[in-house]
Ligand binder design. Structure first.
Ligand code: HEM
Ligand code: HEM
Length: 208
C-alpha cells in the first residue's frame, strides 16, 4: 500500500520529522565522540540544544499533533494507559499515546540536562562559551559524574523508547518508524477510534 493512499492521513509535519532524525543523529554522534573528538562532541551537543529549543517552541505554535496540548497528560492517565497496555486493551492514537508522551518529556529533559552539564564541564576545563566564568571554580569531578550519568540515563531511555515504539507498532499492526519518515499514518477505523482530539482523562475514564 502506498504511504500516500486515500487510507492514510498526515500526522507528523516535515519539521517534526527533521527534528526527530536530527536529534537521533546528533545524540549518537555526541555519544560516540566523547573520548577523542571534543570539538565534534561539543558541537553535536550545541545542535541538540537548538533542536530542543525548536521543539519547545513548536510544541506551542506547531501543527496539531506536534502541540504539547495534543499529547501531554497527567501522570495518573499514563498509569491508566499502562494498565490498558498490560491487558492488551490499549487504544490506538493518531498522535503520541500517553506512555510515548511521558517518554518524550523524559527524553527532552534528560538530553537538556546532559547538554547543560556538558557545557558546564567544558567550562571547568577552560573551553566553550562559559569558559573563564564563575564555573571555573566548580568541581570538574562532580560535573563529569552528572554529565556521564545523564548521558547514560538518556541512552537507557532511548532503548526503552525504541522498545515502546516496536511494541506499539506490533499491537496496532502499523510501522511507527515509517510514519516518522513519511509523516503519514493509517486513518482510524471504527476499531481504533482516534482519541487525540478528545479529552484524554474523559476518554480513559470511559475505557476502564
Ligand atoms: C546530549 C549530548 C551529549 C552526550 C550524549 C554526551 C555524552 C558524553 C559522555 C558519555 C561522556 C563520557 C563521560 C565520562 O566517561 O566521563 C562525555 C564526556 C564529556 N562531554 Fe559530553 N555529551 C553531550 C554533550 C556535551 C556538550 C554540549 C559538551 C560541551 C559543550 C560536552 C562536553 C563533555 C566533556 C568536556 C566531557 C569530558 C571529556 C573528558 O575530559 O574526558 N558534552 N560526554
Ligand atoms: C533508536 C532509534 C529511534 C527510533 C527507531 C525512534 C522512533 C521514534 C518514533 C517512531 C517516534 C514517534 C512515536 C509515535 O508514533 O508516537 C518517535 C518520537 C520521538 N523520539 Fe524517537 N526514535 C529513536 C531514537 C530517539 C532518540 C535518540 C531520541 C532522543 C534522544 C528520540 C526522541 C524522540 C522524541 C523527542 C520524539 C517525539 C517526536 C516529537 O513529537 O517531537 N528518539 N521516535
Amino acid at each position: 500500500m502506498s504511504t500516500h493512499s486515500a487510507n492514510t492521513v498526515k500526522v507528523w509535519d516535515p519539521l517534526i520529522r527533521v527534528f526527530h532524525w536530527s536529534l537521533v543523529f546528533f545524540f549518537f554522534l555526541a555519544y560516540i565522540t566523547e573520548d577523542d573528538w571534543m570539538t565534534i562532541h561539543s558541537y553535536a551537543g550545541y545542535c541538540i540544544a537548538l533542536l530542543v529549543l525548536f521543539r519547545l517552541i513548536w510544541g506551542v505554535i506547531g501543527t496539531a499533533h506536534a502541540r504539547f496540548s495534543d499529547f501531554i497528560v497527567a501522570p495518573a492517565d499514563v498509569i491508566v494507559y499502562g494498565k490498558q497496555l498490560l491487558h492488551g486493551k490499549a487504544k490506538r492514537y493518531l498522535g503520541h499515546n500517553p506512555a510515548g508522551a511521558a517518554m518524550i518529556v523524559t527524553l527532552l529533559a534528560s538530553v537538556t540536562i546532559t547538554v547543560v552539564s556538558g557545557v558546564f564541564l567544558y567550562a571547568t576545563e577552560g573551553y566553550g562559551p562559559l569558559a573563564n566564568t564563575f564555573l571555573s571554580s566548580w568541581s570538574e569531578d562532580f560535573l563529569e559524574e552528572v554529565h556521564e550519568s545523564f548521558a547514560n540515563f538518556t541512552l537507557l531511555m532511548v532503548a526503552a523508547h525504541a522498545g515502546g515504539v516496536l511494541l506499539s507498532s506490533f499491537l496496532h499492526r502499523e510501522n511507527l518508524v515509517r510514519a516518522m519518515v513519511s509523516g503519514r499514518k493509517r486513518k482510524n477505523s471504527h476499531l481504533d477510534e482516534d482519541v487525540s482530539d478528545d479529552h484524554i482523562g474523559e476518554h480513559i475514564g470511559r475505557q476502564s
